[in-house]
Design a protein around this ligand. Structure first.
Ligand code: 13P
Length: 288
């Protein structure tokens, strides 16, 4: 079964100068969409689970059982990591117990000492169980008039302290933002990215907020050490737009078009296509 930690796929990506896509699960359709996209593209893939998704989908144990059963049922042959996205301390412990193969502990809102202390404990558990670990350090806000227009910037010294612990990958803000980007967003700060890579001795870096970032910036970020890119919003928008069109065209009113499976099928297909395009952009095609 190709259910693995993300450690090796991220190291391979770092060495090969490409990035592995992390796609957030939202419902059962998204599991099928991203597994099929990865299999078709012969690409490794990381399936991300936020705390909200964990609650919605019946908890971490249910998600592990569902994803591993889907891998088996769909005869997926490419490496798949099941990863906690922005986990609290408690969520990460729960997911580790429940059989996740990879976790992100997000202690970025904590004082750096507490973030490091908790990370050290979680890292010990991850090493025992062969689970990969992503962490995030506190960010310097880029707010203007109460609106986070610029994204946030990580402090390279804090990044260095975190990297020294021996974690597998680091999420560090370089102006990236979750969700839609404002029209006047100034772009990624590659000077900060360079500083962080130097300060951390080349630790694999994670770029959150991967939706809507221009392709030239994505390529440059990958060339400078980013080897995991998180995407959610673009897939969600594609999903919902496809379902909206289905209803607006009255297809739910034809025959058995009203069944929930028929209604959500165009959403599954549309989000799968976005994932395929991202895998092509990130350079992970045929790397499985
Ligand atoms: P977007 O929703 O902006 O693509 O970001 C996803 C993400 O970073 C999840 O951690």
């Amino acid at each position: 079964m190709p259910y693995v930690s993300a450690k090796e796929m991220i190291q391979d990506a770092k060495n090969g100068k490409y990035a592995v896509g992390h796609f957030n699960l939202n419902n059962m359709e998204s599991i099928r969409a991203y597994l099929l996209a990865a299999e078709e593209m012969k690409s490794p893939v990381i399936l991300g689970v936020s705390g909200g998704t964990a609650k919605y989908m019946g908890g971490y144990k249910t998600i592990v059982a569902t994803v591993t059963s889907f891998i088996d049922y769909l005869k997926i042959s490419v490496p798949v990591a099941l990863h906690v996205d922005h986990g609290t301390y408690e969520e990460v412990l729960d997911a580790i117990e429940s059989g996740f193969s990879s976790v992100m502990f997000d202690g970025s809102a904590l004082p750096i000492e507490e973030n490091i202390e908790k990370t050290r404990y979680i890292l010990g558990l991850c090493r025992e169980k062969g689970i990969s670990l992503e962490c995030e350090v506190g960010a310097i806000g880029g707010e203007e008039d109460g609106v986070a227009k610029m994204g946030e910037y990580a402090d390279p010294n804090e990044c260095a302290k975190m990297a020294e612990l021996g974690i597998d990958m680091l999420a560090a803000g370089i102006g990236n933002i979750h969700g839609k980007y404002p029209k006047d967003w100034p772009g990624l700060r590659f000077d900060i990215l360079e500083e962080i890579q130097k300060a951390t001795n080349g630790i694999p870096l994670v770029l959150h907020g991967g939706s809507e970032i221009p392709t030239d910036m994505i390529k440059k970020a990958i060339s400078m050490g980013v080897c995991k890119i998180n995407v959610n919003t673009e897939c969600q928008i594609a999903f919902t737009q496809a379902v909206r069109e289905y209803i607006e065209e009255g297809r739910d009113l034809v025959g058995k078009g009203f069944t929930p499976r028929a209604l959500l099928a165009p959403g599954l297909e549309a989000s799968k296509q976005v994932a395929i395009e991202k895998m092509q952009l990130f350079g992970s095609v045929n790397k499985a």
